[in-house]
Design a protein around this ligand. Structure first.
Ligand code: NAD
Length: 342
């Protein structure tokens, strides 16, 4: 039995090694699902610079803006349509799949059946697809994969995960399914648990969205009404760091990875602390607080995320701290308002 197990482990590692080496010889062909959300468009830009414009295909079920359509390959892909996905992988000779399609925490609570379909059935489709065509597959998870029973300050990589949102439940399901396919079939599954990701693009309906909305509202109207209490501490990261983490992790050789799922973060702050930093740029803006249902979600999430395993195993090292983040967001949101009017 032990001998069989050893043989199986060896075959698994050899498969993964052969796969990694094969892919280093030419740039990978990458498909991004759910690519028109907050992370997808920026991610495509970032990876196109690295691997070539034609090697990164954005996909979603919504119509792209002219800018997105002109920026590189864009196709329709519904993650609930398995055959449609098969055709794309075959026709475009896809090597890596970045699976972004999801309903986020606040939106998911408003439409649980749809969240189950998109987040859980969709995951079943992409993971089977990745197995069938031997793709490397990246699936983001989240601080929302933890719950009120998890230690919140700090939250380690391995601990109790009993989330209370359908979003969190679907992400724990994705993590476990991915790990299972890795152990059972040698699937090259990779997963990062991101904190709230902050960028100038409109957010997708998560609980950490306030940290983006505050810049837009303050720059346009001079005030912001926050849906969380002033002292609600949550882990956060600028999109630059999220894409750096994703790209470095995707390229990490399998041999150095001790896990398939890693916590990553850059900082933790409260609405009050963020607003305080912003007064350096706009001294007299007004912030008021009116907590809604998202407060309960935030109260069950990690306050400080322990990403020491990612730092140790594949040298994860964030670059943007809170001061840099505020400086970047002030500039980026101003530019966005000037060019788009939103
Ligand atoms: N943004 C964050 O702060 C954050 C933090 C942690 C993890 N994540 C994860 O990163 C991923 C991307 O996040 P985001 O903020 O860009 O999300 P988003 O909500 O902005 O975008 C999700 C996209 O999925 C698409 N989609 C919905 N149903 C689909 C279907 N049937 N087929 C194909 N596409 C479909 C939507 O059209 C949308 O463009 C998600 O999986 C999310 O859980 C995001």
């Amino acid at each position: 039995m032990a001998l069989l197990q050893k043989l199986f482990q060896k075959t698994l590692l050899t498969n993964l090694r052969a796969y990694s080496v094969k892919n280093l010889q030419k740039p990978p062909k990458i498909l991004i699902t759910g690519g028109l959300g907050q992370l997808g468009v920026e991610c495509a830009k970032y990876l196109r610079q690295k691997y070539g414009q034609q090697n990164v295909i954005l996909s979603d079920i919504i119509k792209p803006t002219l800018d997105v359509a002109n920026d590189g390959p864009y196709i329709f892909a519904d993650i609930l349509d398995f055959k449609g996905l098969q055709k794309i992988v075959v026709d475009h000779r896809v090597d890596w799949l970045i699976h972004f399609s999801a309903l986020l925490s606040a939106i998911g609570e408003q439409n649980v059946p749809l969240a189950v379909r998109v987040n859980i059935e969709g995951m079943h489709n992409v993971i089977e697809l990745a197995k069938q065509y031997k793709l490397r597959i990246f699936v983001p998870s989240t601080i929302g994969a933890f719950g009120p029973d998890s230690p919140r300050n700090p939250t380690p990589n391995i601990t109790v995960q009993r989330p209370r949102t359908i979003y969190g439940v679907s992400k724990v399901h994705a993590e476990l399914l991915g790990e299972y396919y890795y152990h059972k079939f040698g699937l090259d599954f990779r997963c990062l648990r991101f904190p709230g990701v902050i960028s100038s693009d409109p957010p997708g309906g998560g609980t950490t969205d306030y940290a983006i909305a505050i810049f837009h509202d303050v720059l346009r109207k001079g005030h912001y009404q926050c849906y969380l209490k002033p002292d609600t501490r949550l882990p956060m990261m600028h999109v630059r760091d999220a894409l750096k983490a994703l790209s470095e992790f995707l390229e990490a050789p399998n041999e150095i990875l001790n896990r398939r799922c890693y916590n990553v973060t850059s900082m933790s702050f409260t609405p009050e602390e963020l607003a305080d930093k912003m007064t350096k740029y706009i001294p007299d803006f007004k912030i008021t607080y009116m907590p809604d249902a998202r407060q309960e979600i935030a109260d069950s999430w990690p306050q400080v995320f322990d990403d020491s395993e990612a730092r140790r195993d594949w040298n994860w090292n964030p670059k943007v701290d809170l001061d840099n983040l505020v400086e970047l967001m002030m500039r980026e949101v101003k530019d966005k308002i000037a060019s788009n009017g939103f």
